[in-house]
Ligand binder design. Structure first.
Ligand SMILES: Cc1cc2nc3c(=O)[nH]c(=O)nc-3n(C[C@H](O)[C@H](O)[C@H](O)COP(=O)(O)OP(=O)(O)OC[C@H]3O[C@@H](n4cnc5c(N)ncnc54)[C@H](O)[C@@H]3O)c2cc1C
Length: 520
């Protein structure tokens, strides 16, 4: 079949969510994915040894599980096999000398871990947790709503009604704050601050970037209130279920074939041309789940102003992934760390700021930040009995290597720099969890360029498909007037992590767009 109502480019969570909603409203949809395996940044595979299932990129599915999309389609997806594993100890940080602090769903446990560093901060944490119920509707309301002047005005009006003028201005000040300014005003202990600031580094909110305070706050509070969820057997549980649900409704998902060109006539999108030569017609919409920079190439150009906006869309520094197959879990110096899903090794705000600055300047950071995921603590099915997988995210890494901040690695290309840079990261892990190397049965390093080769949306290994700094967020994501995915070509829409509300597995932009097109 070559005629559809909607044609979607790329099988990432946003396009798949959009495809399911459009199918549910009676549209005939087709999704075309250039990779052999669907899911984009949400994929799972035996990347080291048979029987060891590693999440290629995203591991934490809390955004998906908490999304408006899941609220509507969760039951349908579960019928198609979607299964989560709940995590009660979502994250912690490891510091030198075996010190650790973390967040458990048990408030008493979190408070006692924080109190060991600062009784005052433990009291502050309790107060923040007590106030979260009042803050959450405002923040989640903002993040879940379409982004335009009307929606923003309504959000401000609602906030003003609930909080008054002073409260609204304070809330706005918080939204504009950098992680460092909010954390320094709020907590006294540097390690408690670092534990939370490390969440900013999952995006490109290094400690001194304005607008970044919201993420440490939200991740901290949500971790406390809801824990985390990971996929049963792997993060790809959501992709497999989405595919099955779309196909059950008559939709098509075709992998291993790229969209080469978006066709349009008289300012209206008409379909796509595939790399295998097929011409596909879309009568109602073409939905491109691609990086903005790819749009002018695929369309042959829209308007000069729009092309310029797409071309200047800025990407964040890259990520390197290290997947380990282990004979046993790491023995952390701080014993308690064994039971957390994520262990951040990010010693201080200053070091995080330095790492970000070095990666942005094209340098391999002297001390990269590690996010060490321990999925098999909660989901032992991902490895042979008694054995484990480790998911190590190395933040941050330059896409083009101009030098080494430590002056040790001479290679300036990823094929040659990967091994020594990974060794640097694993030395850091070894210092916090001695003996991990000896337990390593196999490893797979994925450089920023390999991330991009697998999924062209991860430009330079940018895991969030575009910087989320204030100039490229809210009304400006991916460009002014474009936060609803519209383009100058009628019926052609952009979706994915580059479009408001941005990165993550929450399927936000795809579901917002689909509802805009066919209603709730
Ligand atoms: C290393 C890493 C770790 C992450 N960890 C987490 C996490 O733990 N939790 C979380 O919530 N988020 C995480 N994220 C972010 C999150 O996974 C992504 O923001 C999200 O999955 C992006 O979804 P998307 O819909 O934008 O599409 P993508 O996942 O970017 O997929 C886009 C798809 O489009 C395809 N495509 C592109 N161009 C074409 C074309 N011309 N023709 C056909 N197909 C094309 C690509 O091959 C790709 O499959 C992580 C990301 C990375 C990279």
């Amino acid at each position: 079949m070559t005629h559809f109502d909607a044609v979607l480019i790329g099988a990432g969570v946003n396009t798949l969510a959009a495809a399911l909603h459009l199918s549910a409203r009676g549209q005939r949809v087709a999704v075309f994915e250039q990779a052999d395996v669907p899911g984009g940044a949400v994929k799972t595979g035996d990347y080291t040894l048979p029987g060891f299932r590693h999440d290629w990129a995203a591991m934490n599915l809390s955004l998906f599980a908490g999304s408006p999309f899941f609220k509507t389609y969760g039951a349908e997806l579960m019928k198609h096999g979607l299964a989560f594993v709940p995590v009660n100890r979502p994250f912690a940080s490891s510091f030198a000398d075996g010190i650790h602090v973390g967040v458990s769903m048990d408030l008493e446990e979190t408070a006692s871990l924080i109190a060991a560093l600062s009784p005052k901060d433990a009291a502050t944490w309790r107060a923040l947790v007590a106030g979260f119920g009042a803050q959450a509707p405002h923040l989640f309301g903002l993040l879940g709503s379409p982004m335009n002047m009307r929606a923003l005005a309504y959000f401000l009006f609602r906030t003003w009604r609930a909080k008054g003028l002073t409260g609204t201005l304070e809330f706005t000040r918080f939204l504009l704050s950098s992680p460092r300014s909010w954390l320094s005003e709020t907590f006294e202990n540097p390690q408690v601050r670092a534990m939370l600031a490390s969440w900013g580094m999952h995006l490109d909110f290094a400690p001194d970037i304005a607008g970044g305070a919201m993420f440490p706050y939200l991740e901290g509070m949500a971790g406390q209130a809801f824990g985390m969820v990971i996929g049963a057997g792997g993060a790809d549980t959501i992709v497999r279920a989405l595919l099955a649900a779309i196909r059950a409704r008559g939709g098509v998902v075709d992998c291993g074939v790229a969209v080469q060109r978006i066709t349009h006539q008289n300012g209206r999108a008409t379909g796509v041309v595939l790399t295998d030569g097929r011409q596909i017609t879309a009568t109602k919409s073409v939905i491109a789940g691609i990086a903005p920079r790819a749009l002018p190439r695929l369309t042959g150009g829209t308007t000069p102003a729009h092309d310029a906006q797409m071309t200047r869309f800025a990407h964040a520094p890259g990520t390197m992934m290290i997947h380990l197959a282990l004979s046993d879990l790491p023995e952390w110096r701080a014993k308690g760390l064994k039971s957390f899903a994520y262990v951040h090794i990010a010693p201080s705000l200053d070091q995080m700021a330095r790492t970000y600055q070095q990666a942005s300047a094209g340098l391999l950071p002297d001390e990269p930040i590690l996010v060490v995921g321990q999925p098999t603590v909660f989901d032992p099915t991902r490895a042979p009995e008694g054995q484990h997988t480790l998911w190590v995210q190395v933040r941050m890494a330059p896409s083009t290597i101009l030098g080494d901040a430590k002056g040790e690695i001479t290679a300036r290309d990823w094929p040659n720099a990967a091994a020594p840079f990974a060794a640097r990261a694993l030395d850091i892990l070894e210092a916090h969890a001695p003996g991990t190397r000896a337990k390593t049965l196999a490893q797979r390093i994925v450089t920023p360029l390999e991330l991009e080769a697998d999924n062209p949306n991860l430009v330079g290994g940018d895991q969030v498909c575009g910087s989320h700094h204030l100039t490229q967020n809210f009304l400006f994501r991916p460009g002014l007037g474009l936060a609803d995915g519209t383009t100058p070509i009628t019926n052609l829409y952009l979706t994915g992590a580059a479009v408001w509300p941005g990165a993550g597995t929450g399927a936000g932009s795809g579901y917002l767009l689909a509802r805009k097109l066919v209603g709730p």
